[in-house]
Design a protein around this ligand. Structure first.
Ligand code: SIN
Length: 261
């Protein structure tokens, strides 16, 4: 097994692993890399929906959540496909389904069909953003909770009603596995608990403006066969829709998370 760091702060590619036949020893090595780097890439895996589900069972319990509809014939695997620029629901900085009381811990994708160029996805290191803050800002944020809503709740998603769930989460959370603190903010955060939207806006705008700073970002150029997984507890991501009508198709599994603390 060989690890190659894909950006200085987050994301590593690991080679020499067959995701269909993961031994306990190779799982432990992958888990160490994943928790240190937040985004893990395995190339040339070509997992179908069942195989992705099999791989995911090493990492946790599948959770579809209110946003996703299972692929036909599946109960826990969803599909990412091109809904057009106006139909996309993932082209902004977010962590998955943060408007749920216990947002998913991990998301994994297996790339089946991609545009010849474009359709990259970016991830931002939320540990790094927290660690770069002044002690005064860290102290102030540590008492605050942001209220997250389904940002896409005005869109009708493939015949399903948008979610009207919302949840308040700490702006700084501690990762349940690594024990590290990170910023936990997402484009789904609409106001600070106990404050009006107007009062909250300047602080939220400042925090949301931190997401996507180039020094903290890894941008993934997908290849068919890629298996990529990310940690929603310490990263945010942004799926760029710059590929018009070209087909883009990935299998997706999300895994249950816990209440952020
Ligand atoms: C997502 O934001 O969950 C989708 C990522 C992607 O389409 O690359």
């Amino acid at each position: 097994m060989q690890e190659t760091q894909l950006s200085p702060r987050i994301a590593s590619e690991v080679s020499g692993i067959d995701a269909r036949h993961l031994t306990t020893a190779s799982f432990e090595l992958l888990a160490e890399v994943f928790h240190r780097r937040g985004v893990l890439v395995l190339r040339d895996q070509h997992l179908n929906a069942d195989e992705l589900l099999g791989f995911s069972s090493h990492w946790g319990t599948p959770w579809l959540g209110p946003m996703l509809k299972a692929t036909e014939g599946q109960t826990s695997v969803a599909t990412i496909r091109n809904r057009g620029k106006t139909g996309t629901v993932t082209e902004y900085w977010h962590c998955d389904t943060s408007f749920s009381s216990a947002p998913p811990a991990i998301t994994m994708l297996s790339a089946a069909q991609l545009p010849a160029v474009g359709g990259d996805t970016m991830w931002c290191d939320q540990y790094g953003l927290y660690e770069a803050m002044s002690d005064g800002m860290k102290r102030m944020l540590s008492g605050l909770r942001a209220v997250h809503y389904d940002k896409q709740r005005h869109k009708q998603l493939e015949g399903r009603s948008p979610s009207d769930e919302s949840a308040a989460h700490p702006v700084i959370r501690t990762h349940p596995v690594t024990g590290r603190k990170s910023l936990f903010i997402s484009g789904q955060a609409e106001h600070i608990e106990g404050m009006t939207r107007e009062e909250s806006r300047p602080l939220l705008d400042w925090l949301l403006g931190l997401l996507g700073q180039p020094d903290y970002v890894y941008r993934h150029r997908w290849r068919v066969g890629d298996l990529l997984m990310w940690d929603n507890r310490c990263t945010t991501h942004y799926a760029i829709h710059d590929y018009g009508d070209h087909p883009r198709f990935l299998h997706r599994v999300t895994l249950q998370g816990d209440v952020p603390r």
